[in-house]
Design a protein around this ligand. Structure first.
Ligand code: GSH
Length: 215
């Protein structure tokens, strides 16, 4: 069960996260795929009593707390660290070119989430303060990222070819985030290959067990 932060002196590694964050989900999926033990500490950075700024000056989740209390952020730094501490189920290739191509996918998927999260936050503001132009600009990024992902995936089983890796994890978390925050966005009919990838990912316990709670 997730807990609130309590035992600061513990040596068990911790992940401070909200259950709806696609960036935090990416970290949780990587940790699960690599069988890395940690304590999940649920903290919502938008809540008044959030303690996230004590762990990350940027006030964002996810934050990974090491055994000695040192904190790591952001999600890309955390997943790179997790991949380096355990040889189980590497999610990043060793060779420079394939490795950077996986990180390129990650940047695209994370960028989609950033644009989508910006729209989600903008829509929470009073209607007269919302900028339709700003929302349209961000949604164009979401659409363009989906198109690029779909084109790059093509008929392949996984994002970078025949092996499952961080590119698939990041993409799956981005698609899951769209389902959570933009259920009206019919990305499946426009990009059936991404829909099939999403189904393949949901066959993995790491993805099923980290599905965001219903909005
Ligand atoms: N680039 C960061 C993005 C993290 C991020 O934006 N997290 C959101 C939750 S999905 C957050 O904590 N927002 C709080 C805020 O911006 O104050 C990462 O990959 O970890």
């Amino acid at each position: 069960m997730p807990t609130r932060p309590t035992n600061a002196g513990s040596h068990r590694m911790k992940l401070i996260a909200s259950l709806t964050s696609p960036f935090a989900r990416k970290v949780r999926v990587v940790a699960a795929e690599k069988h890395i033990d940690y304590e999940l500490v649920v903290d919502i950075p938008w809540d008044e009593d959030t303690r996230v700024p004590q762990y990350n000056p940027l006030g964002k989740v996810p934050v990974w707390v090491l055994e000695d209390g040192k904190t790591l952020f952001d999600s890309r730094v955390i997943v790179e660290y997790l991949d380096s501490i355990s040889p189980v189920g590497h999610v990043l290739p060793r060779e420079p070119r394939p490795r950077i191509m996986v990180k390129r996918w990650e940047a695209l998927a994370d960028g989609l989430c950033e644009a989508a999260a910006t729209v989600f936050q903008e829509r929470k503001r009073p209607p007269q303060q919302q900028s339709a132009e700003w929302i349209a600009r961000q949604m164009r990024k979401v659409d363009a990222a989906l198109t690029a992902m779909s084109e790059d995936l093509g008929e392949q089983e996984w994002c970078t070819g025949e092996f499952f890796n961080l590119s698939d994890i990041a993409t799956g978390c981005a698609l899951g985030y769209l389902d959570l925050r933009f259920p009206e966005l019919d990305w499946r009919s426009r990009h059936p290959n991404l829909a099939a990838l999403h189904e393949r990912l949901l066959a993995r316990p790491s993805f099923r067990d980290t599905l965001p709670p219903a909005a």
